[in-house]
Structure formats: structure tokens, C-alpha cells
Design a protein around this ligand. Structure first.
Ligand SMILES: NC(=O)c1ccc[n+]([C@@H]2O[C@H](COP(=O)([O-])OP(=O)(O)OC[C@H]3O[C@@H](n4cnc5c(N)ncnc54)[C@H](O)[C@@H]3O)[C@@H](O)[C@H]2O)c1
Ligand SMILES: O=c1ccn([C@@H]2O[C@H](COP(=O)(O)OP(=O)(O)O[C@H]3O[C@H](CO)[C@@H](O)[C@H](O)[C@H]3O)[C@@H](O)[C@H]2O)c(=O)[nH]1
Length: 328
């Protein structure tokens, strides 16, 4: 099937493109390269350097490639940045995605898998978090994704439009052969930053807050391998093609690791002492995020293949060791 992948040059998008090819599908990538990398997409894959809000371009891609479904990754996705520059997030995520959705409606593309996030929940009242739990984002990034879920829910009620909003928890890891991986400039994510210390690119990792109401005082997250996310996207699209009901799905392993625990595991994987400094809290960070992903397991038949965090860190480490400067 011909599948349009927006943001396919980004971290999760490029791994999904790889997975789609492996499964015999034809991804077509649309990416403005604001944070993505042209080199992350195989040269055999049709690639359009452009913006999701460019309705003429999106229409021409859909016509030319007879697109049967969309996986929509393109977004700005940093919690910390969204608190400093909310205008960027409302424009790139909300305004541009609505324009993009409206182009899909006009061209008759009916099925879309959307990158949502655990950040829609905010500070959860209970763990693990289920899809029906309260959504009260503590940061602007999560707020933009929740607004888009609400827009899509209304479109699904009104139009012949069907979506799955995949609320992923913390993506990490890389292709096992180390050929592609995570490369954000500047990097803000915990695991790649830790591995930059192991690589000698940084002299320490700063822990953002050690006064959270958690056993060791540092934030707890549910880490999920990027290839398990990739597989879930195809399963979700197939579910929609088969008439599945629109709605949200959590994607996580159901196990929480504190920042301190992630650093300890990375010490074992890399053999590096990984010096630590304690810094202030980062605005917008909830204390704990852990997924209940039974819905995705039951409804999509999704089964994470790489649930072991040490193995996730090891796959990321393979990428960082082979590519200390990322895709450069
Ligand atoms: N990384 C995570 O842990 C995580 C967790 C939950 C949800 N998400 C979501 O998953 C998606 C992918 O995240 P990622 O970590 O791969 O981010 P990323 O920044 O690596 O990828 C995003 C891609 O979208 C492109 N892009 C951004 N705005 C665009 C626009 N207006 N038009 C065309 N292309 C545009 C960028 O160039 C980039 O290639 C995002 O929607 C993000 O919010 C990520
Ligand atoms: O140098 C660092 C970087 C991060 N952290 C902490 O590590 C945890 C994980 O942070 P990070 O890797 O930046 O991910 P999140 O902020 O949890 O956000 C990611 O995970 C969310 C889902 O949970 C997604 O929606 C976002 O797109 C994605 O960036 C958080 O508690 C941070 O405070 C540090 O202590 N030091």
C-alpha cells in the first residue's frame, strides 16, 4: 500500500519508513527537514521536501501516489521548548495539522494514524494510565496534541474520516544494525544525552530535579523501543482499513524507570562512570508517566518485541558509537 509518512525524516518517522519497507509497503515521505535528516530516508523512497500546510503540494503527492493512508509524525515535540515558545507549538502542531487534515478531507484520504503522546495526560491521578483517564496536560506540547485529538474526534463524527491517536510514552532505541538512530539538534532527550557523555561529547548529565514524589526523587518514565512504535503504526493503519473504530491507544511497556535508574542502566551498558549533576526541575515535567497499553495489545494485537530497557539503551548506544556526529 502507498502510505504518506509526514515527518518521515525524523527519529520515529525514519524507523517507521524502514519498517514499512520491510513489510512490503511503499512509504512516501513529506518532511520540511526542520528537525529531520534527508540521510535518514533511503534514496529509493519518494521524498518531498515541503510543509504539511502546503495544500497544493499535499494534494499533488496524494494524486500522484494514490495514497491509501497517512501516518502523521510531523510536529514540534519538545516539552521544554513548548513552555518557552508556545506560539511555535500552536502554529506548527495545531494550525498546520488542521490545514493538513482539511486537505486530506478534500482529497478523500480517510485513514490517518496520528502521533499523540503521554503528555496529554498531565500529572496522572493513578498509574498505570489508561486511555479513559483524565487528560490535563501540564505542558503546551501535550496541550497541542490533545487539541488535535479533539479536532480529529469531531472530524470522525462528522465526516468519513477515521483515525488512531497513538499516545506514545518515551521513544528510545535504534535499528539494531546501528544504521539509523536518534539525532536531534540540539539534543534534549535523556538517553541520547547520557550517551553523549559516554561518547566523550559531554562531561556530565544533569538530572532535572531530585525532589519529585518518587522513590529516588527523580522523574519516572515508561520507555518504549522505536521499532515497537513503528510496528504499532502499521497495525493501527490496518485496523482502520478494516473498519476499526477511531480513538486513542497508549503505547508503552507498562514499566516505569526513574532518571537515576536509566543512568545506572546506561553505566552498565556503556561501562562509563557517567558523572551526574543535580539541576532544577524542568517546567512542564510530570513526576510519573507509565502506560496501561492493554487496549493496543488487545485491539491492535500489538506485542512489544524489545521491552528490555538495557537492550533499548544498547541499541541506541550502537548508533551513537558508530555515528558520534549523528547524520552529519
Ligand atoms: N520522541 C518521543 O519520545 C515522542 C513521544 C511521543 C510522541 N512523539 C511524537 O512523535 C512524532 C515524531 O517525533 P520524533 O521524536 O521523531 O521527532 P522528530 O523531530 O525527530 O521528527 C519530526 C519530523 O517532522 C518534520 N516536521 C516538523 N514540522 C513539519 C512540518 N510543518 N511540515 C513537514 N515536516 C515537519 C521534522 O523535520 C522531522 O523530520 C512527533 O509528532 C512527536 O510529537 C514523540
Ligand atoms: O538532560 C536531561 C534530559 C531529561 N531529563 C529528564 O528525563 C526525563 C525524560 O525526558 P526526555 O527524554 O526529554 O523526554 P520527555 O520530556 O519525557 O518527553 C518525551 O516523551 C514524551 C512522552 O512521555 C513525548 O511526548 C515527547 O515528545 C518526548 O520528547 C524527564 O523527566 C526529564 O526531566 C533529565 O533529567 N536530564
Amino acid at each position: 500500500m502507498n502510505i504518506l509518512v509526514t515527518g518521515g525524516a525524523g527519529y520515529i518517522g525514519s524507523h517507521t519508513v524502514h519498517y514499512l519497507l520491510q513489510q512490503g509497503h511503499q512509504p512516501i515521505v513529506l518532511d520540511n527537514l526542520s528537525t529531520g535528516h534527508r540521510q535518514a530516508v533511503p534514496s529509493t523512497v519518494p521524498f518531498y521536501h515541503g510543509d504539511i500546510a502546503d495544500s497544493a503540494l499535499v494534494t499533488s503527492i496524494i494524486d500522484r501516489h494514490q495514497i491509501c493512508g497517512v501516518i502523521h509524525f510531523a510536529a514540534s515535540s519538545l516539552v521544554g521548548e513548548s513552555m518557552i515558545d508556545p506560539a511555535k507549538y500552536f502554529e506548527n502542531n495545531v494550525v498546520k495539522t488542521i490545514l493538513f487534515l482539511n486537505t486530506l478531507l478534500k482529497t478523500g484520504v480517510k485513514h490517518l494514524v496520528f502521533s499523540s503522546t503521554a503528555a496529554v495526560y498531565g500529572e496522572p491521578r493513578q498509574l498505570p494510565i489508561r486511555e479513559e483517564d483524565l487528560t490535563e496536560p501540564t505542558n503546551v506540547y501535550g496541550q497541542t496534541k490533545l487539541m488535535l485529538e479533539q479536532v480529529m474526534a469531531q472530524y470522525a463524527r462528522t465526516y468519513d474520516f477515521h483515525y488512531a491517536a497513538l499516545r506514545y510514552f518515551n521513544a528510545c532505541g535504534a535499528l539494531p544494525d546501528g544504521s539509523i538512530g536518534e539525532d536531534h539538534q540540539p539534543e534534549t532527550h535523556l538517553i541520547p544525552l547520557i550517551l553523549q557523555v559516554a561518547n566523550g561529547r559531554r562531561d556530565h548529565i544533569t538530572i532535572y530535579g531530585q525532589d519529585y514524589p518518587t522513590p529516588d526523587g527523580t522523574c519516572i518514565r515508561d520507555y518504549i523501543h522505536v521499532l515497537d512504535l513503528a510496528e504499532a503504526h502499521l497495525l493501527a493503519l490496518q485496523y482502520l482499513w478494516n473498519g476499526g473504530e477511531s480513538g486513542p491507544f497508549n503505547l508503552g511497556n507498562g514499566q516505569g524507570f526513574s532518571v537515576q535508574e536509566v543512568i545506572s542502566l546506561a553505566r552498565q551498558v556503556t561501562g562509563h562512570p557517567l558523572p551526574v549533576q543535580i539541576g532544577p526541575r524542568r517546567p512542564g515535567d510530570p513526576a510519573r508517566l507509565v502506560a496501561a497499553a492493554e487496549k493496543a495489545r488487545q485491539v491492535l494485537s500489538w506485542q512489544p518485541r524489545y521491552p528490555d530497557l538495557a537492550a533499548m539503551v544498547a541499541s541506541a548506544w550502537a548508533w551513537h558509537r558508530q555515528h558520534p556526529d549523528g547524520f552529519k
